[in-house]
Design a protein around this ligand. Sequence first.
Ligand code: HEM
Length: 335
Amino acid sequence: MISSPEAAKLVLVTRAHLFKPTFPASKERMLGKQAIFFHQGDYHTKLRKLVLRAFMPESIRTIVPDIESIAVGMMKSWEGQLINTFQEMKTYAFNVALLSIFGKEEVLNREDLKKCYYILEKGYNSMPINLPGTLFHKSMKARKELAQILANVISIQRQMKHNQRNLLGSLMSDKEGLTDEQVADNIIGVIFAARDTTASVLTWILKYLAENPSVLQAVTEEQEEIMREKCGGEKVLVWEDTKKMPITSRVIQETLRVASILSFTFREAVEDVEFEGYLIPKGWKVCHFLETSITVQTIFQSQKSLIPQDLRWLQNPIHFMPFGSGTHTHVQGMS
Ligand code: HEM
């Protein structure tokens, strides 16, 4: 287990080639062996390029109004209801993920895909015992059905042959030559990467805002001001508006620091590595505990409470890495 920012830099950045990503074999089978997380080298570089391309501002700016519409629709459905915030945020994150992966066109049966994915994810952390009745068995069955659903979508898309800016379009672009299995594994991989992380940060933001009325008021005023500035017509949020939210952005960043959404990154030493007098033997697992880097008391006023004004990590990114660092760092854009 490593926790200092210096050790993290060694493992994730400067000597990243000596530490390969590692996950339980069962997780690889569930997500798909061709998914981005499990690879290094040329194939990994190519996938990063394709995934990044789908989440660049030019690609996602057109879907901002649709993302807003998903959020507004969900909020309306909560009126007068008692809700489980995390579950609702998971639904929201899933719907936004589908929008950014497949676009608005009805190329797939969303309900079937949802049903299978929800069964699959229940088994992500299950014991890998593949016997009828076990969570793992149900998950693997759902994974097969999911592969079939995606194979149909990919086949329809190949016949339609038009270039799209979404993730499916990017992964299927002719010159990249990915197989159907590679495309499907990376679609499931991105849903996996996007869903619980996004739902978790949104849930923490709501909790912290409820606990800090003055911050909630500042965020509300900032959002209302953006809507007030829009003259006439339908008041729809657009990409440019997202650049006029300094207070909201600070609250998001501070929440990412305080709540520490992903606790660990997982690597395995591919050869013996020495660090500050310690030997990390070949084959040993190396977990970087992200939380310790971003709550260092000497750097931040508070370890565990929300202080949106405290932005000193921006001057020292090594102490703020909620998205990891180095070759496998999170794909910025959607988040
Ligand atoms: C606030 C929410 C999120 C947090 C805190 C987060 C955090 C992270 C972290 C720490 C890693 C690095 C893991 C490692 O080094 O082993 C990572 C990787 C990744 N993230 Fe995110 N993530 C978030 C949301 C998303 C979303 C919405 C997407 C959808 C595009 C996404 C896609 C990915 C992908 C594809 C990788 C793997 C990159 C690679 O292996 O090269 N993440 N994320």
